[in-house]
Design a protein around this ligand. Structure first.
Ligand code: FES
Length: 115
């Protein structure tokens, strides 16, 4: 028998435009974890808000995780750029490094963390 899935609400679908991003928080072992949800061309992804370069948060403006074109995830600290689908650094000080992905599911008009 499957274990019950511990789902946590990250955001509502209408909270994001396409392309768009939104900072969120969830609980892991009782601790708040900073994360973000991104949407581009109908593809949803979520990552922890921690740059693999130094561990710093990526955003400098609330909910702003994408570059000016909305094409790449951008770290505001040293300008690393990551592809949206895989979270791999394509340019900047940590090429090839990856953001930490989070499993999500879309249900009932919302984005949920699927643990
Ligand atoms: S902390 Fe993100 S690029 Fe340096």
């Amino acid at each position: 028998m499957n274990q019950p899935v511990d789902r946590q609400l990250l955001c509502r679908i209408e909270d994001l435009s396409d392309p768009g991003s939104r900072g969120v928080e969830f609980l892991r072992d009782g601790e708040r974890v900073s994360a973000f949800v991104v949407l581009r061309d109908g593809v949803w992804r979520a990552y922890e808000n921690r740059c693999p370069h130094t561990g710093a948060p990526l955003d400098w403006v609330e909910h702003q995780f994408l570059d000016a074109d909305g094409a790449l995830i951008q770290c505001a600290v040293h300008d690393a750029r990551f592809d949206i689908e895989e979270g791999v650094c394509l340019a900047g000080p940590c090429p090839g490094a990856r953001l930490t992905p989070l499993p999500i599911e879309l249900r009932d008009g919302a984005v949920w963390l699927a643990a």
